[in-house]
Write a protein that binds this ligand. Structure first.
Ligand code: HEM
Ligand code: HEM
Length: 184
């Protein structure tokens, strides 16, 4: 499998970022919601949120790499037979997905720093604190984080439905060229 994207399929780096981000999104939702099942002062609560923050920063790094990598190689072309409206819809959808992958971690980091907390990535390193403590603003950003997390479920669901529609109804190679071990 080539490292870079080619005219026909996505390369190794794009596929790796794409599927790791997908897995990490599921892990992120699991961590914050599973936390609710522990009693108020249980140590697991803190552990889960620390993991949530660390994985969130990893999502940000992967999303940035995926975005940069998009401009290193070429993007696999769509078939000429695909209607213009469908190509436009795909572009808008991908833009929304990229925004989602950035908004979630950036709002998370902003909210934590405004709340006066340092963001650590596991025990490896801490992000520099570039924002001064501001409780009210931190609360506002929390709502951005919360409502974005709901909107993203809708966006990703549409994206998955579109991918499955291409694969099973239109029977084209749109899904195959993003699958991890598929050679087309
Ligand atoms: C892909 C990235 C991320 C996703 C999908 C995500 C998703 C979520 C979701 C669904 C919630 C639950 C909101 C609620 O019901 O209260 C939440 C809460 C939270 N997230 Fe994230 N998040 C991400 C990244 C981050 C990052 C990078 C940080 C900080 C460095 C962060 C910090 C927090 C905090 C502090 C909470 C509030 C927990 C509480 O209720 O005390 N998140 N996140
Ligand atoms: C958190 C979940 C996901 C996110 C954030 C996400 C994000 C993205 C982004 C940003 C792209 C555009 C890549 C580019 O052209 O630069 C993309 C492409 C793609 N994704 Fe996802 N994705 C997710 C989950 C999935 C899942 C579960 C599937 C399969 C069922 C899937 C299938 C695809 C396919 C087939 C493409 C290529 C579409 C095309 O060539 O037009 N994605 N995804």
């Amino acid at each position: 499998m080539p490292l870079k994207n080619t005219e026909r399929q996505f390369g190794f780096i794009t596929k790796l970022c794409h599927w790791l981000i997908f897995i990490l999104f599921i892990v992120q939702y699991f961590l914050v919601y599973r936390r609710e099942y522990f009693p108020k002062d249980a140590p697991e609560k803190l552990q889960y949120i620390l993991l949530h923050k660390s994985f969130g920063v990893i999502v940000l790094a992967l999303a940035l790499l995926m975005l940069v990598w998009r401009h290193v190689g070429r993007r696999p072309a769509y078939d000429n037979s695909m209607p213009h409206a469908q190509k436009c819809a795909a572009r808008i959808m991908h833009l929304l997905l990229y925004i989602s992958m950035l908004v979630m971690p950036i709002s998370g980091i902003t909210m934590s720093q405004l709340g006066g907390r340092t963001v650590k990535v596991f025990d490896w390193f801490a992000l520099p604190n570039i924002l001064d403590k501001n409780k009210e603003f931190s609360e506002l950003v929390y709502y951005v984080h919360l409502y974005s997390s709901y909107i993203i479920i809708g966006i990703v669901s549409l994206h998955i439905i579109a991918a499955l529609y291409h694969h099973f109804i239109q029977k084209d190679n749109i899904l195959s060229r993003m699958l991890p071990f598929k050679k087309i």
